[in-house]
Design a protein around this ligand. Structure first.
Ligand SMILES: *[C@@H]1O[C@H](CO)[C@@H](O)[C@H](O)[C@H]1NC(C)=O
Ligand SMILES: *[C@@H]1O[C@H](CO)[C@@H](O)[C@H](O)[C@H]1NC(C)=O
Ligand SMILES: *[C@@H]1O[C@H](CO)[C@@H](O)[C@H](O)[C@H]1NC(C)=O
Ligand SMILES: *[C@@H]1O[C@H](CO)[C@@H](O)[C@H](O)[C@H]1NC(C)=O
Ligand SMILES: *[C@@H]1O[C@H](CO)[C@@H](O)[C@H](O)[C@H]1NC(C)=O
Length: 441
């Protein structure tokens, strides 16, 4: 409990300058620094949340991601799909090291993307469509007035993931989504619980090959991505809880696309980008837990080991960091397993809403299995949109001592009776044999 409060305390005071739990330093990589004016609304959003955003050209030789094994930034925005390399010698291993150290990434692709960026995405199992392809939709499209092209490649996407941890402003308000998107599609090359599609196409959306700037050929790229399995925006969470968001086009982050739809009642690009960046930069959907308290229900004392069939109580406090503050975490599916190779007990923990507190206490009274050995008490809680939680305690369960078994069992009374009957019979028989003069005749 003390550790838990301490962690909350430290988390609260050391990061009070930024909302993110992992830090406030953002590196934004653009093709040229002067392009930053095109992203002013998005950068403004980040600055409002107290991030310090370092805007650099992707080719800037002075960029370094880390020094002496420490990350120099907490989050990176890759907004330069055409960049063939970053910095002086930033390569895939150094970017992966950044992620291994807990750094988060928001990555934007585009129709014209360098091989380096394709390789970077594929490190996380994300396969972007071939170069020069584009997502189009003949029904849900928007004619950008400033553009003379007749291509219907500004798609109005509405197929959002209904995950309340990632897109809280969408799921809470149930407002009509209208996301303006221009770019390329992607898919995952592996079925994993770490990836999650956030925005995908509708039935009329397709990915096609771009023959020239203003014309689209009708030949679809070889993967033939279309409809709901065509991802426009998706996220990936690594095992160390670093988060990477993939956006199929830089355009949707720019002011022109944000400005198309600014109505408050519509869930548009601005709100979507805010939710997405908050989640990616650890401002939402982060779980924290106390170390569990395990004690004997009878005397409320924690022991090093327990005996078979003891009644114990397991309890753990869990809180969720949501939109920049700690809140009590509520869920009906937190499972505890008591296992020795196989689970002997698998049960759901109950919680009572704590009201104003920053956490909920999840609790269960359990009768230990009638089996002795070294058991693992384990909670593995992996849910999309939340950081992975694994809580493990190793606790031996001992057999009863020789003097702890019950002395007389009611089930054994027939056997006791038969023994005494036998004894009595022997005494009577012996007496008759010794004293009765007629018995032996
Ligand atoms: C959870 O919080 C309650 C209330 O503050 C406290 O009594 C309890 O010891 C905590 N449990 C754990 C496992 O830390
Ligand atoms: C940003 O920092 C200022 C000054 O430290 C603080 O007053 C403000 O509440 C912070 N904003 C957010 C969104 O954390
Ligand atoms: C659109 O066409 C007009 C006239 O043909 C031209 O002046 C303008 O630059 C074009 N705009 C774009 C974005 O290509
Ligand atoms: C829901 O919408 C109302 C106005 O329409 C707004 O005041 C409120 O902050 C919104 N709530 C969330 C969680 O976005
Ligand atoms: C990850 O991607 C695969 C392949 O597209 C998909 O089948 C799977 O459902 C995704 N995982 C989650 C948690 O959505």
């Amino acid at each position: 409990m003390l550790n838990f409060l301490l962690a909350l305390f430290i988390a609260f005071f050391s990061f009070s300058s930024a909302q993110s739990l992992t830090g406030s330093r953002i590196l934004a990589l653009l093709p040229e620094t002067k392009i930053q004016t095109q992203y002013s609304t998005f950068f403004e959003q980040l600055k409002e949340r107290n991030y310090s955003v370092a805007i650099k050209a992707g080719s800037d030789k002075s960029i370094e991601l880390g020094k002496l094994g420490e990350n120099l930034y907490d989050h990176i925005l890759f907004l330069c799909p055409k960049c063939t390399k970053y910095g002086k010698n930033i390569n895939l291993p150094s970017i992966l090291k950044f992620v291994k150290n807990g750094g988060n990434i928001l990555f934007a692709a585009d129709s014209e993307m360098s091989q380096f960026n394709y390789d970077l995405a594929s490190e996380f199992g994300v396969v972007f469509e071939t170069k020069e392809s584009a997502v189009i939709d003949h029904t849900h499209y928007y004619n950008v007035p400033t553009s003379n092209s007749t291509i219907k490649d500004t798609v109005i996407a509405r197929n959002l993931n209904f995950n309340k941890h990632i897109l809280p402003h969408y799921t809470d308000n149930k407002s009509q989504p209208e996301i303006f998107f221009k770019g390329i599609a992607h898919q995952f090359n592996k079925n994993s619980y770490m990836n999650l599609s956030i925005l995908s196409g509708s039935l009329t959306t397709a990915s096609v090959f771009k023959a020239s700037k203003d014309k689209l050929s009708v030949i679809p790229p070889s993967s033939q991505l279309s409809g709901y399995n065509l991802n426009l925006v998706s996220v990936f969470q690594t095992l160390n809880n670093a988060r990477i968001a993939f956006i199929g086009g830089t355009e949707m982050l720019k002011d022109i696309y944000i400005d198309i739809q600014k109505s408050d009642n519509i869930y548009g690009n601005s709100k979507f980008l805010k939710d997405l960046s908050m989640w990616t930069f650890h401002e939402s959907g982060v779980l924290s837990h106390s170390s569990p308290l395990i004690y004997k229900t009878l005397d409320k004392i924690s022991y090093e080991s327990y005996q078979i069939k003891d009644s114990i109580t397991y309890q753990v406090n869990i809180s969720e960091y949501n939109q920049g503050k700690w809140t009590s975490f509520a869920a009906n599916d937190v499972q505890l397993e008591i296992r020795m190779l196989d689970p002997y007990i698998r049960t759901t923990l109950d919680y009572t809403p704590s009201g104003d507190l920053e956490f909920n206490t999840f609790k269960k009274v359990i009768t230990l299995p009638d089996k002795y050995g070294v058991f693992k008490f384990q909670i593995i809680y992996n849910r999309p949109g939340l950081t992975w939680v694994t809580i493990t305690d190793t606790i031996p369960i001992l057999p009863l001592r020789h003097n702890q078994f019950p002395r007389f069992l009611s089930q054994a009374y027939p056997y006791y009776t038969s023994s005494f009957v036998l004894l009595g019979g022997f005494v009577i028989l012996s007496a008759l044999w010794i004293f009765s003069p007629t018995f032996n005749k």
